[in-house]
Structure formats: C-alpha cells, structure tokens
Design a protein around this ligand. Structure first.
Ligand code: PEP
Ligand code: MG
Length: 893
C-alpha cells in the first residue's frame, strides 16, 4: 500500500544538461533526472563515441510543468537558450540562421524505456528561409525540401494537432499524379509543391500559418513532449509496466544528422545480439537514404546489416556489402559499447555522407529465451558473474518458456510467411482492430490481431491478443518490438497477405480468411497457418537448466508446489518442486466417481448415515493419496483436510438431487431441505475449514485414516513418505488441539509409525495474532495469504476484480494485493506470527501457500521474514526458483 505522500523537493537549479564533443555535464548515473536516453547520451559522449551534440531538459522540469498547471518553470528559458548556444558552437551552425541553419530533433526519454509511446519531432528549425540555407549549404535542394515537408507533417501532427493522414493523403496524391511508387522518386520541384500544399493544409485547418519562428517551434515541441507523457497510450503503457506517473519524462534536444541526404547516407537500428534467440551475432536493419523513424515505422522494408543476417531478410543487400568501411566502424563501436555496458545493447545510428553518428543506446529488450542465452554466454565470456546473470533475468518472463510450442510433426497448412518477430506459438480467431481484440478477450475468446502494421494506438489490443500478425514492417517494427516486450508471439511483414479492413478479411495463399476464423502463428519461423495446430511440451534443458542450476546453488528458500492431481504433482516435480506445500483435498471430492458419496455424507442426518457415506469415500481418497505419495517419493507432502463450506458440493438440479436421495435412501425433499439449511450468506466467512472438523470430526478422521493408510502402503513399497497434515482456517489454540487429537488417533489406529507432522494454516488475522499459543500444537505454519488478504483487507478476491484497477489508477494502492503481498498489512501479520510462533517453538517450519508464493516480489518478502519455503502452482515453480535466488542475492538470510 502507498505510504503518505512525501513532501515534494524543491526544483533543482540546474534544469538543462549539455552533451557533445566527447564530454557531458550529466552522466550514466543520472537516469532519474535525465531519463534513460539522456543519461545514455551523456555516457556515450564520455565514452568518446560520435554523438551529435545536444542537451537534456530534466524530468524534474516535466514534474514542475504539471504541478504548475502546464507552465514552464521561470528559470528554464535562459538555460534552454544556453543549451542551444552550445550546440551552435559545437557544430558551427546557428538556429534560425537563413544561410547556415542548425536543425534539431526533440525527443522524449523517461527513466524507463517506453518505446513509441511519446512524441518525437525531427528537422526542427526549418522554415521558408532556412530551407533555402540548408539547400545551399548541402548543395541538395531536394533533400532540404524533403526534410521540410517531413518536419511540417510531424510538427503539425504532434504539436498543432493536425492529423498526419491529411499529409499522407497529399503525398499519395502527388505520387499518383507523378506516377511514381516511392517517396524517393519525387523531384525537388514535386517536394517544393508538396511543402506549399502542406502549409496550406495547416492554414486551412487552424486558420493560422505554419510557425516560421524557430524558437516558437522549439518551445512548442518541448511542450508537446511533456504533454505526450499524459497521452492515453503512454498512460496505458505505464499501467501495464508499473511505471509511476510521477517520474515524468525528460526532453532531449539534439543537433540533427541526416540519413536522407543521398545514397551515401543511411539510418538503422541494431542489436548487439539477436533479441529473439540471444545468439551472439550483430543483428539489425538499415535503410539507405532514409530518416530515423522510417526503419521502425515499417513503411519501407529495411535491409539487413550483415551478410549473415540476409538469411532471414530476403535478398536485399546488407550494410556490410553496401558500406563496408562504415560498417566496420559500427562493429568496432558496438563491441566497445557491449563491453562498457556489459549487456546486450539496442542502438540507433545514422550515416550522414559516410560519417557514422550514434543516436541512442539502451539495454535491448529480449525474449525470455534470449535473456537466458545472453546471460549464460556472458558468464562464459567473463563479462558478468553468475550472480549478475541471475539478477538480470525477469522471473516472470520465464513463463514464455514453460508453455507448449507447435508440434513439429503436426499437420499444418501454411498460408503465408512473414518474419519471425517474436517467438512462441499462438492460435486464435482472427480480428482486425485493437477494439475487437479487447472485446473478444473480455469474452474469454483467444484472438490473433491482424493489422497492416501496428502503431502505439493498438497497444491495448496487442495486449488482449494471443498473437500479432502484420503485413508490413521488419524485425524492429513497432509490432515486433512491442510483442517481444510483452512476450507475445508475433509474425511481422508477411507481405503476401492482403488485408481488407472494410470487409474484415485477408487473402493469403489463394484463400480468404474472415474475421472469427482460426489461424495459428509460429513466431519462431514466421509461418502463418490455417486452423489450430497441435502443440508439444517445452524443452527445459540447455540454458534454462543452466540458469536453474545456478539459481538452486544460491537460493535458501525451498520451493514447493500446490498440487492435488497426479499430473500436477508430476509436472511440478519435473519443474523442480521440492515437495507439495498444499494438497487441497476438496478437489478430489469433485471427481465423478465419488461426488455422490460426498453428497450423501453431507445430507446425512445421523452420525451413522454419515459414517456409512464416509466409508464409501475412504478407499477412493486413499487411492488418491497413494498416487501422490508415490510421485513425491522422498519429498514432503502437505495435505490439507477439508476446507470449503459443504453447500459447495451440493447438487444443482433435480436429476442430481434425485440421484443423491436414491443413494442415501431418503426422499428428494430431504435433500432440498438440507441444501436450504446449508445455504450460507457469506461462504468465505462461513461454516468451513476446521469449523467443519469440529462439528463433524468423522470427516477429518476419514481423511486422516485414508492418508495414513496410503502412506503406510507406499512406505512398504520402499519409498520415503513425509506426510504433513494441515488443518485449515484455525483461529484458536483449542481448535487445533482438538483436530490434532483426531489426526493422531488415526495415525495410531492405522498403525503408521514413521514420522509425520501436524500443523496449521495461518489465514485469519486472529490466528496470526495468537500464533504464540497456536504454535503449542503446530509443528508448522503455512501462511494462507489468499484468505489472509481477504480477511485482513476486508476485500473478497472475486469482488476485488471489479475495482482494483481503478484503485491502482487513483493511487490508492500500488499493486493488486491478491498478486503481490500487501507488505504493510498482511505482511505485518506474517512477520508477527512468525515471531510469536518461533518464540513458542524455536525452529517451527514456516511456509506460504497462497498465490503470493509464486509472485517474485512477494518471494522477496518471504526471504526477508525468513520463511523456509514458498509453495506455488506447478508452472510457477521455475519462476519461484529464480525469484528465490534473486531474493537470496539481495537479502542473504
Ligand atoms: C489461502 O487461503 O491462501 C489458501 C492457500 O487456501 P485457499 O486458497 O484454498 O483458501
Ligand atoms: Mg484458505
């Protein structure tokens, strides 16, 4: 939960930090003030890399801007002016100078990277006079007017609010008239005319001319970047990634370099290793004679950087072939950067007349598979330690690796092929808009979002979809980058599909696929297949096994699983579970072969009738336990006696009621009467848990008997059984004392002589508070944080779903307390119970079996309070193993 708001610190005096020419006022350490991009630009300058000079306006200014109702702090103007003057001095051009103009880019840059979420403006500083100066100075009037028309479009769209479609339409019209296919085919005269048309469009739309004052342009752009911090897609992205709105964004103003001045110019994006597979190869794309956003926007199909990279990207010539000398320089620089940052870098560069400029670097986003491989490789290369490797991998991202992939032997009908942009496999119904994806997801339908290309507006639909298919765009297109970040399968640039949004269909491989039809994507090969394709279990050897091995070496918390079926128990054991921390026996009651006997037991009016029904249940329950004990040979198994209120098991329709009545030899009205009698107004707080055991001790006796007989049988097979019997929902010492007596009596009667333990769940605040006396009878505590969260916060888990998101948005809470332990409330009770329990019984075993046992942040908390194990669902076990290792590295016990 959120602590009370701290007082805002005074705004710092220094609001602008310059960089360039091998030095910088800021540094890599100043991410909070300069944002990720600004800090890295400063750092790259200090590394001696070729970075166009510029300055960063701090994130503090953004915060102050919003605090003051969107007004700039007074001190800012002079500092920005000084920043501009320094750029002018470094490059020998002047801002607004008609004969030798300085042009700048204006970009956002928050502490955490938010790719494509905020606004950028390029070529700022052009007007009717400076465009002529640029033409004269570069001797390239075509280039100058091309830059100007791009600037008008971008500035009008981002700052003035004139939609960029208007300009795209004019551009298309011009190309049609001139009968040319590419923007680059337009002549200087065409572009001049286009500039005139663009300015006219702005005048029409706003009733005022396009701003000619370059300082007005600059301030408009800075304001627009700050404003974009609060645009809906940035807000959505922040909510998805838990980035606080209070951080604000920095603004980077930087001297322009041009990748679009001719064929000895280019712009590109590179990863120092393959972000999909992690393979150690320089990897990326570039476009000759193009500017910045052209590569990521996915409008032209980019060319590969390396000859090796051509294998995937078709037959376009690589940078290695087209510009070998610049390429060699780029290779030397990327190696230097990787060694410096000791992590895979995602870099942007521009080549202006064969001169290489580095525009940006950051730690590259990668798939879980790539993050494993890169970590393992970097340890082998002695670039990082094992501990650093473990701390670098996001435990939750492992989820991507634990799920099935397409069966290579399954029959499949490939209808198109695109780029393998983000690996994994996904099947689902085709939808064509982000809105449709979201509403289908709300109906629990699996969908594949199919778009010509995606843009940041689609982000919510991408989140809702199982996979993403685009017709245009490369490996670094918006769709590819965002999908990889989300761990979602994506095939991009499938050029042979023809999408018709109006008819909600696409054509591929001679077929028409309509909205609602099922397709399958393979993000690792780029294949698009008709229908649903069979899958196989993942292979958890190789780098995955290596990382898990390292994790097991350092962690001190044990990891168990919550499992009640043999399949779950087996899966969990394969994933490395070190025992069962919670076997919920009621799940066994629902099986078809016994539910009738369970119901007879419930409607029984007399002890005799109840015992008759329980006698039918005993052998089936024993058989369940036998299987589980066999699978968990040598590992502890915590079995929880019956927990839910009885009405949950009752029949819902006449036919089922009749069946129960017949089995018990009573009229159907008796069943109905009993059902009405058992109805509870608030079942979560009702007659359940050990309260049932107190009322009907014979139920717990049957369960205990079944489990001891099973344990005895499996032990006789030569296996090691370590039963731990857990009593749920205890709130008083006496409850546990009575139930422990029932269990112990059954152990004796069953003749089970090996060691076993009896303990309790701590899932009520009273139990936590009275843990000292409860520990007199408990050999272990297992924190049932599902119920403990509900009972501590007074929020039911089911009802929370409807308002938790709103609570997060309004800042009432920082995270969902049913996902991440509420450390100030529920956590406080756990700390106290652990302390009081230990005071009574030193060395009492403490674990957690609520959902939080699989949440990395909560696992960190468990480490700090010194629990001995966490227990989570089978597919969370590897996540918990890694999270426990990270917890041990951060907080050694
Ligand atoms: C709990 O309350 O945390 C728990 C594990 O029990 P259940 O979810 O079955 O109520
Ligand atoms: Mg519970």
């Amino acid at each position: 939960m959120k602590s009370s708001a701290a007082k805002k610190p005074e705004l710092a005096q220094k609001l602008v930090y310059s960089f360039g020419d091998g030095s910088a006022e800021g540094s890599a350490k100043m991410k909070n003030e300069l944002g990720g991009k600004g800090a890295n630009l400063a750092d790259m300058c200090q590394l001696g890399l070729p970075v166009p000079p510029g300055f960063t306006v701090t994130t503090d200014v953004c915060v102050a801007y919003y605090d003051a109702g969107k007004h700039f702090p007074e001190a800012l103007a002079a500092q920005v002016e000084e920043g501009v003057a320094k750029i002018e001095a470094a490059v020998g051009r002047r801002f607004g100078d008609a004969s030798n103009p300085l042009l700048v880019s204006v970009r956002s840059g928050a502490r955490a990277s938010m790719p494509g979420m905020m606004d950028t403006i390029l070529n700022l500083g052009l007007n009717d006079a400076t465009v002529e100066g640029l033409a004269a100075k570069t001797g390239n009037a075509r280039f100058a007017y091309d830059s100007y028309r791009r600037f008008i479009q971008m500035y009008a769209d981002v700052v003035l609010g004139v939609d960029h479609d208007h300009f795209e339409d004019l551009l298309d019209l011009m190309k049609n008239e001139r009968e040319v296919a590419l923007d680059t085919d337009l002549t200087e005269a065409d572009l001049k005319e286009l500039v005139a048309q663009y300015k006219e469009k702005v005048q029409q739309a706003l009733g005022t001319p396009f701003p000619q004052d370059v300082h007005e342009q600059l301030w408009g752009a800075i304001r627009a970047v700050f404003d974009s911090w609060m645009n809906p897609r940035a807000i959505t992205y922040r909510n998805l990634h838990d980035i606080p709105a209070e951080w604000g964004t920095a603004v980077n103003v930087q001297s322009m370099v041009f990748g679009n001045m001719g064929n000895d110019c280019a712009t590109g994006v590179a990863f120092t290793r393959n972000p999909s597979t992690g393979e150690k190869m320089f990897y990326g794309e570039f476009l000759v004679n193009a500017q910045g956003e052209d590569v990521v926007a996915g409008i032209r199909t980019p060319q590969p950087l390396t000859i090796a990279g051509k294998a995937e990207g078709g037959d376009l010539p690589s940078m290695e072939e087209v510009m070998p000398d610049v390429f060699a320089e780029l290779v030397a620089i990327y190696k230097k950067m990787e060694a410096h940052y000791r992590d895979m870098q995602d870099i942007e560069f521009t080549v202006e007349n064969r001169k290489l400029w580095m525009l940006q670097t950051r730690n590259g986003k990668r798939t879980a598979k790539a993050s494993m491989k890169i970590a393992v490789d970097m340890v082998a290369e002695k670039l990082i330690t094992k501990e650093e490797a473990l701390l670098r991998i996001d435990p939750l991202a492992l989820d991507q690796l634990l799920h099935p992939t397409l069966d290579p032997n399954a029959k499949k009908q490939v209808i198109a092929k695109g780029l393998p942009a983000s690996p994994g496999a996904a099947s689902g119904k085709v939808v064509f808009t982000a809105e449709d994806a979201e509403s289908a997801n709300a109906r629990n339908e699996k969908v594949i979002l199919v778009r010509i290309e995606t843009s940041p507006e689609d982000i919510h639909g991408m989140h809702a979809a199982r996979g993403i298919l685009t017709a245009r765009g490369g490996m670094t297109s918006h769709a590819a980058v965002v999908a990889r970040g989300m761990g979602k399968c994506c095939v991009s640039g499938a050029g042979d599909i023809r999408i018709n949004y109006a008819r909600k269909e696409f054509a591929a491989g001679g077929l028409t696929v309509r909205e609602g039809e099922i397709i399958t994507l393979n993000g690792s090969t780029g294949e698009v297949m008709l229908g649903e394709v069979a899958t196989v279990q993942p292979n958890l050897s190789g780098d995955f096994a290596t990382i898990m091995g390292w994790a097991d070496e350092v962690r001190t918390l044990k990891v168990r699983t919550n499992a009640e079926t043999p399949l779950d128990a087996k899966t969990a054991r394969e994933f490395g579970a070190e025992g069962i921390g919670l076997c919920r026996t009621e799940h066994m009651f629902f099986e078809a072969d016994r539910i009738t006997a369970v119901r007879e037991m419930i409607i029984a009016e007399t002890l005799k009738a109840r015992e008759a029904a329980l006698a039918k249940l005993l052998p089936v329950q024993r058989a369940d336990f036998v299987e589980i004990f066999r699978i968990m040979d040598g590992l502890p198994v915590t079995i929880r006696l019956l927990d839910p209120p009885l009405h949950e098991f009752l029949p819902h329709n006449e036919a089922e009621m009749q069946e129960v009545a017949d089995g018990a030899g009573v009229p159907i009205d008796a069943v109905k009467y009993r059902a009405a009698q058992l109805h509870e107004a608030n079942p979560m707080l009702g007659h359940r848990g050990c309260r049932l055991g107190i009322t009907y001790p014979e139920i717990y006796a049957m369960q205990a008997r079944a489990l001891f007989e099973a344990a005895k049988q499996v032990a006789a097979e030569g296996k090691t059984v370590l039963p731990e019997i857990m009593i749920p929902l205890v709130m008083t010492r006496k409850e546990l004392q009575l139930m422990k007596a029932v269990v112990d009596a059954q152990a004796k009667e069953a003749g089970f002589t090996a060691p076993y333990q009896v303990g309790t769940m701590i899932e009520l605040p009273r139990a936590a508070l009275r843990a000292g006396e409860i520990a007199e009878h408990a050999e272990f505590f297992s924190f049932g944080t599902n119920d403990l969260t509900q009972t501590t916060l007074g929020i039911s888990r089911d009802d929370a779903a409807s308002f938790i998101e709103d609570y997060k948005r309004k800042g009432v809470i920082e995270s969902d307390p049913f996902v991440t332990l509420d450390q100030d409330g529920v956590g406080e009770l756990i700390r106290l119970a652990a302390e009081r329990g230990r005071a009574t019984r030193a060395g009492i075993k403490l674990g957690i079996c609520g959902e939080h046992g699989g949440d990395p942040a909560s696992i960190g908390f468990c480490q700090r309070v010194g629990l001995s194990y966490v227990s989570c669902s089978p597919y969370r076990v590897p996540i918990a193993r890694l999270a426990a290792a990270q917890a041990a590295l951060r907080d050694p016990q």
